[in-house]
Design a protein around this ligand. Structure first.
Ligand SMILES: *[C@@H]1O[C@H](CO)[C@@H](O)[C@H](O)[C@H]1NC(C)=O
Ligand SMILES: *[C@@H]1O[C@H](CO)[C@@H](O)[C@H](O)[C@H]1NC(C)=O
Ligand SMILES: *[C@@H]1O[C@H](CO)[C@@H](O)[C@H](O)[C@H]1NC(C)=O
Ligand SMILES: [Fe+2]
Length: 439
């Protein structure tokens, strides 16, 4: 069950307990059904109304009932940005390897690996990009991220995400956002892989549309938020809460399921979105709009127009621009660009950039179409054509200059050392005696 809208003031009751939401107040002396009231704050109490986020959860037991947290070591998640020397090269990874549970049971949390990032969870300004690869469901284990918001991009395998707000099934070509402090557990159905963009200190929001007007890009009504669902389950063997706190993992034990919220209301919730619903807008005469025209969600920094990170997609669409080199332009950017591929073939690199892999073009690192793409598209007849049919590539674009982890450069053994070679065949077409008539 889902409710539609983005950042609305939602309210939801598990249908097994009608009237579980207190009438007309948040914290009555005694809550209906003997529940505890607990507020989850997603913004400073005093944030202006448009950015003020909080939800009230009515639960069987409050979150505070747990044994102390102790450090745990699992997965390759990190916030140490000085493990290896900086590397300004174009980087590309072959599809990341999914563990086979025959050797070792790897669930969503133990299958988290940090690829790159920057900044600091403590000062509430930064970003982490992670891959998850797993093939085992989390059993009696949940995850709670004290550091930031997770934007999860499944690439292979569905995720059944149980949260304190209810359940969400998230399939490849959908994304979901689990905001700071929301506990969740993940069930998987086989070999599972995907990407995570984590931001510290900001929440994702829909981009402003400026002259585009009131409609377009990702429309608010297409976001879905789960409806209340609870379980009243005692776990004598112990239920483990894993907490990511200041870049490290900690665990604690309690003897009950944390998914015991019978009803809730508020505007601070997890949500999901199907990328097929994106209303793409682009050039209908000549040249390109910058890729920001494909922004689904943005996590703003405090500088106007500058994002901690944007989530941008390259969806199936028509290419109709006249007298135009239609693939993405050659580029050097004051932002960092991490790209991933959910399915299909990316137009600027038909070989080598594969579903489940990735690439990183760091600050001012040159990038652009490979030689084959350049030659082909410089000669192509410019008929209206479908672009990216059956494909979904995306970009996490950040104003941070990111460090790459030891896991990404060495441990995972997926770095494609031949990447730079895709531009080697680019040759000069310069002829000082030839100036074609323009347009
Ligand atoms: C870190 O990643 C490597 C390679 O992907 C994996 O073999 C290893 O088990 C991971 N480490 C932990 C602690 O999970
Ligand atoms: C979950 O994270 C929040 C911060 O976002 C923290 O206040 C809380 O103590 C954590 N709770 C548990 C049980 O991990
Ligand atoms: C995990 O992978 C192994 C080996 O490929 C397979 O036998 C097993 O069924 C998988 N587990 C799940 C939950 O799909
Ligand atoms: Fe670029």
């Amino acid at each position: 069950r889902y409710m539609s809208g983005f950042g609305n003031e939602f309210s939801s009751e598990d249908p097994r307990c009608p009237g579980a939401l207190p009438d007309g107040q948040n914290n009555p002396q005694v809550c209906p059904y003997g529940l505890y009231a607990e507020q989850l704050s997603g913004s400073a109490f005093t944030c202006p109304r448009p950015t003020n986020k909080r939800s009230w959860l009515y639960r069987i037991l409050p979150s505070v009932k747990h044994k102390p947290f102790t450090p745990v070591y699992c997965g390759n998640i990190t916030e140490s940005w000085n493990e290896v020397e900086p590397d300004p090269n174009q980087l590309r990874w072959l599809p990341f390897t999914i563990p086979k549970s025959l050797d070792k049971k790897v669930d969503f949390v133990s299958g988290l690996n940090t690829i790159c990032g920057a900044g600091d969870a403590k000062s509430r300004n930064g970003i982490g990009i992670h891959m998850y690869t797993c093939n085992t469901s989390m059993t009696d284990r949940c995850f709670n991220n004290s550091d930031g918001d997770f934007l999860i991009v499944p690439q292979q395998g569905n995720l059944l995400i149980t949260t304190e707000f209810g359940k969400m099934m998230v399939e490849p070509n959908e994304i979901c956002v689990i905001q700071q402090g929301m506990r969740f557990t993940v069930d998987v159905y086989g070999e599972t892989r995907g990407y995570i963009l984590e931001v510290y200190g900001a929440h994702f929001e829909l981009p402003d549309l400026g002259p585009i007007g009131a409609n377009g890009l990702a429309n608010p009504r297409d976001f879905q938020c789960p409806a209340a669902w609870y379980e009243d389950r005692t776990v004598h063997t112990g239920y483990t809460v894993i907490n990511k706190y200041q870049g490290k993992l900690f665990s604690c034990q309690q003897d009950f399921s944390p998914f015991n919220v019978v009803a809730w209301h508020g505007n601070y919730t997890p949500y999901k979105y199907n990328l097929e619903k994106f209303m793409a807008i682009n050039a209908v005469a000549f040249d390109h709009a910058d890729p920001s025209i494909f922004t689904v969600l943005t996590a703003k920094s405090t500088r106007p127009g500058v994002a901690i990170a944007d989530f941008v997609i390259f969806p199936p669409r028509w290419g109709v621009a006249e007298n135009t080199f239609r693939p993405p332009y050659y580029h050097r950017n004051c932002m960092s660009e991490f790209m991933g591929l959910i399915k299909g073939h990316y137009e600027a690199k038909e070989e080598g950039f594969l579903p489940g892999g990735g690439s990183l073009h760091s600050m001012m690192t040159p990038h652009g179409p490979d030689a084959y793409c350049f030659e082909k598209n410089s000669m192509a007849d410019l008929e209206p054509e479908r672009v990216a049919e059956g494909t979904m590539a995306f970009m996490f674009e950040s104003s941070f200059s990111m460090a790459v982890t030891k896991w990404a450069l060495e441990t995972c053994q997926r770095l494609d050392k031949t990447y730079y070679q895709c531009w080697e065949p680019l040759r000069s077409h310069f002829n000082p005696n030839f100036r074609p008539s323009h347009k």
